[in-house]
Design a protein around this ligand. Sequence first.
Ligand code: 2BA
Length: 109
Amino acid sequence: MKLIMAVVQDKDSNRLSQALIKENFQATKLASTGGFLRSGNTTFLIGVDDARVPQLLDVIKENCKSRNQMVAPISPMGGSADSYIPHPVEVEVGGATVFVLKVDDFKQF
Ligand code: 2BA
């Protein structure tokens, strides 16, 4: 068994939830925050048999789009805020960031 942790953009989370239900995958959704952009995203925890991992990865891939997002940089530490002109930077976010972890044991009580 594997535990898939998938960080996806909030905009994709409903669509992915519905696709997981349709394909009969059990998932838990956690509200999370990206460390870099500090904006909300969604982390899915999905326990799945090894044989179904490729199918699950396809479902995630099909339902999560990558998008460009502008980041307003923070003013430099110790510098004068008056003279600082921020230059927004464009970053590409997601599709999905997916971690595949081995599960030693799985119990439900
Ligand atoms: P954030 O940390 O908010 O990052 C959003 C996007 O900003 C990233 O998209 C990446 O394109 C860019 N970015 C992140 N750190 C950067 C840096 N130090 N310099 C320049 N650009 C940077 P993704 O790579 O698609 O990541 C989307 C979200 O997935 C991340 O949101 C974070 O919540 C999660 N994530 C990505 N890699 C991770 C990792 N290694 N461990 C844990 N979570 C991760």
